[in-house]
Design a binder for this molecule. Structure first.
Ligand code: FAD
Length: 302
């Protein structure tokens, strides 16, 4: 193993040459040269310092449920928080949580504690950190509405940022402008409510998702953002792309804004289908669809 890998291994469990296809819900992506699972803020900070000192690029990820990775190798470090940063604490109706915690697991615990506010997130397969980064949302609610503060590791310091400093908008936040900031935790205020009522609502939402979303094949959720006042799926349906296939990438026939990996889809196939959709929708409706998922490790801007 090389010297960098040896140094990296001092700060947590490290792995070499691991496919990003195993770290993303879409099951697409080339090999990452290094992967590390930091155990706490101190080890995360040490990893970041090592990367900066050595000039090695890095990427903090959660569950990889919003990423379209290229098929190319990634010559850097993927920093995964979902193994160790999963602790949470309830103090009456205030919840303090680490960034790698599954947002679904947290929603279930909040329900058991008779706390309402996270029901919208109970079907989003990401981490708290990824959900904050994207300002994930559903059913007209989003992370921005429940967060009080976000704990960030930036410039070697751990700091709390107030939610109103985070520039939350539709699927966006200040963190998208600062890829070198790591979200390490969050604090949110929930509302007391009968656990049975919360669980009924969560069950109802689960059933709606099962009925409307193709959850039996790998995907990264909605591919395109909804343009102002429109639904992306209707525009895709309107160009006749329901069920359209490019290699093993296929527009779901259940929900047109989901593009599925039917087996061994390549990133190229997937992107080709996305571009075709963007061009055809623009031609027919004069509206350019923008990706909701993030493109990661692409050599040129696409
Ligand atoms: C079946 C399915 C359904 C979905 N439904 C929804 C939905 O209803 N609503 C919705 O909004 N999204 C939905 N998504 C998309 C996705 O689950 C969310 O955007 C989720 O919040 C991403 O979290 P993640 O941990 O997987 O992030 P990742 O995909 O791992 O990362 C996404 C981005 O966040 C950054 N990031 C992650 N963690 C950190 C951190 N700790 N610090 C700094 N940056 C970080 C990464 O670098 C990357 O840029 C769905 C996806 C799937 C597969």
């Amino acid at each position: 193993m090389d010297e960098f890998y040896k140094e990296l291994s001092r700060y947590g469990t490290a792995e070499a040459d691991q496919p990003l296809s195993k770290m993303t819900t879409l099951r697409i992506g080339g090999k990452a040269k290094y992967v590390i699972y930091p155990e706490n803020e101190v080890s995360l900070d040490s990893v970041l310092r090592l990367c900066e000192k050595s000039g090695v690029p890095y990427k903090v990820i959660g569950k990889g449920s919003d990423l379209l990775c290229s098929d190319d190798p990634y010559d850097g470090v993927v920093i995964r928080l979902d193994r160790h940063f999963h602790h949470f604490y309830f103090d009456e109706n205030v919840c303090t949580v680490q960034a790698g915690c599954s947002i679904i697991a947290l929603a279930v615990q909040a329900m058991k504690n008779g706390l309402s506010g996270l029901e919208f997130a109970s079907g989003i397969p990401g981490t708290v950190g990824g959900a904050i980064f994207m300002n994930a949302g559903a059913y007209k609610s989003s992370m921005a509405e429940i967060l009080d503060e976000v704990q960030v590791l930036r410039d070697g310091k751990v700091e709390w940022m107030k939610a109103d400093e985070c520039e939350f908008g539709y699927r966006c936040s200040i963190f998208q402008k600062h890829p070198d900031w790591s979200i390490v935790g969050a604090r949110m205020t929930l509302k007391p409510k009968d656990p049975k009522e919360i669980s009924t609502l969560m069950e109802d939402r689960r059933n709606r998702r099962m009925a409307s979303q193709p959850l039996d094949y790998p995907s990264c959720g909605s591919v395109f953002r909804n343009p102002e006042g429109m639904n992306a799926w209707q525009l895709i349906d309107g160009i006749g792309y329901r069920g359209k296939r490019c290699g093993d990438a296929m527009v779901s026939d259940k929900h047109c804004n989901f593009i599925l990996n039917m087996g061994t889809a390549t990133a190229e196939d997937y992107l080709k289908l996305c571009h075709e959709i963007q061009d055809k929708v623009e031609e027919k409706y004069q509206v350019r669809l923008h990706m909701e998922m993030e493109m990661f490790n692409w050599k040129q801007t696409v």
